[in-house]
Design a protein around this ligand. Structure first.
Ligand code: GAR
Length: 197
């Protein structure tokens, strides 16, 4: 963290509902997390999470990926905006775009993601259905550093839930999401405290 700062600054990237973003904002509001949320950015104009963020008094921006003709130009626009906020960490919270290597390396060790599986299992999409189909007895979520490879990179923290025999993807997703909302603030807390040690 920049040495003259009392709090680590976060920029949070979302694409939709933004419930993980909300859990981080609420943990900060309740004093459980010593961070300042500098901005919430979305690649989708209608992302429901944007309303919550702006009502919480947080700067919001939309950088619509459809307005860019390449991943590189979209990622460059994102980085230009993010860098203006001088964040200590960039937090992907349901941000559903694949990022270029250039973007990822620009934020090396500062780019964090939450993924709804016990990595390295079930990278990619439809993780809950795939866990059920594979007959898993346990499933969960992982917070990890982002590296150039999709849903790879060192895991910071994981949370596990049981898989029940009558689960479908929705019931399992709901059980995992409840854990995600505890897990992401806890993982950020760990990162921030390591920075100030
Ligand atoms: C969360 O379950 C998150 O783990 C997942 O999208 C959901 C977003 O929900 N992320 C990924 O699948 C990334 N590969 P939210 O918008 O309510 O936080």
């Amino acid at each position: 963290m920049a040495s003259n700062r009392q709090k680590a600054r976060l920029v949070i990237l979302i694409s939709g509902r933004g419930s993980n973003m909300r859990s981080i904002v609420e943990a900060a509001q309740q004093g459980e997390l010593n961070v300042e949320i500098a901005a919430v950015l979305s690649n989708r104009p209608g992302a429901p999470g944007l309303d919550f963020a702006s009502q919480a008094g947080i700067d919001t921006e939309v950088i619509d990926h459809k307005s860019y003709d390449s991943r590189e130009s979209f990622d460059q626009a994102m980085a230009d905006s993010i860098d203006g906020y001088q964040p200590d960490f960039v937090i992907l919270a349901g941000f559903m775009r694949i990022l270029t290597e250039g973007f990822v390396s620009h934020y090396a060790r500062r780019l964090i993601n939450i993924h709804p599986s016990l990595l390295p299992k079930f990278k990619g999409l439809h993780t809950h259905q795939r866990a059920i189909d594979a007959g898993e007895r346990e499933h969960g979520a992982s917070v990890h550093f982002v590296t150039a490879e999709l849903d790879d990179g060192p895991v910071i923290l994981q949370a596990k839930v049981p898989v029940f025999s009558d689960d479908d993807a929705d019931t399992l997703a709901a059980r995992v999401l409840e854990q995600e909302h505890q897990l992401y603030p806890a993982a950020i807390k760990r990162l921030v405290s390591q920075q100030t040690e």
